[in-house]
Design a protein around this ligand. Structure first.
Ligand SMILES: [Zn+2]
Length: 153
């Protein structure tokens, strides 16, 4: 099965970041205009995520999702539901530049993370592009729980 990839408009930046948390490939820039978003969607075979009803009419529904809610949690749920996204690869993608993270040895991040994090976490991953280091934080676990809870309704 091919992975669904996305390109997000400027109004859903937070949604884009959260989809990256879940491991999805989401292109996003606050500099993209409508024409550029459509061009990217066409050339890279990406689904458009937009809150712009005008833009949403320019592509068939299977290739463009009009995001209904202003709340990012509901937005994430809508995307997950619509595209049947069941399998999350949490923290496999950089939240800043969308690149796929690479697992790194704990020793290698000693100087790059806060001491408390180093002492309490075992698994780390790093972005090959911007070199940011990631780990499974408590905050993220809480957020994921919330998203899942709402899904059960
Ligand atoms: Zn990065």
């Amino acid at each position: 099965m091919t992975e669904t990839m996305f390109v997000a408009d400027v109004m859903v930046g937070k949604l884009a970041r959260w989809l990256r948390v879940l491991g999805f490939d989401v292109l996003y820039s606050n500099k993209f205009d409508d024409d550029e978003i459509i061009r990217i969607a066409d050339t890279e075979n990406r689904v458009i995520l937009t809150r712009d009803a005008q833009l949403a009419t320019r592509r068939p529904r299977s290739q463009c999702l009009f995001v209904e809610s202003g709340d990012y949690k509901e937005q994430v749920q809508q995307v997950v539901r619509t595209f049947n996204l069941g399998e999350f690869k949490v923290f496999s993608r950089c939240l800043e530049c969308n690149a796929r993270l690479e697992e790194v040895d704990k020793e290698a991040v000693f100087e790059k993370v806060p001491p408390f994090v180093y002492l309490t976490q075992e698994r780390f991953a790093q972005c090959p592009t911007c070199e940011r280091v990631y780990w499974h934080g408590t905050h993220t676990e809480e957020m994921l729980k919330q998203i899942r809870l709402n899904n059960d309704k």
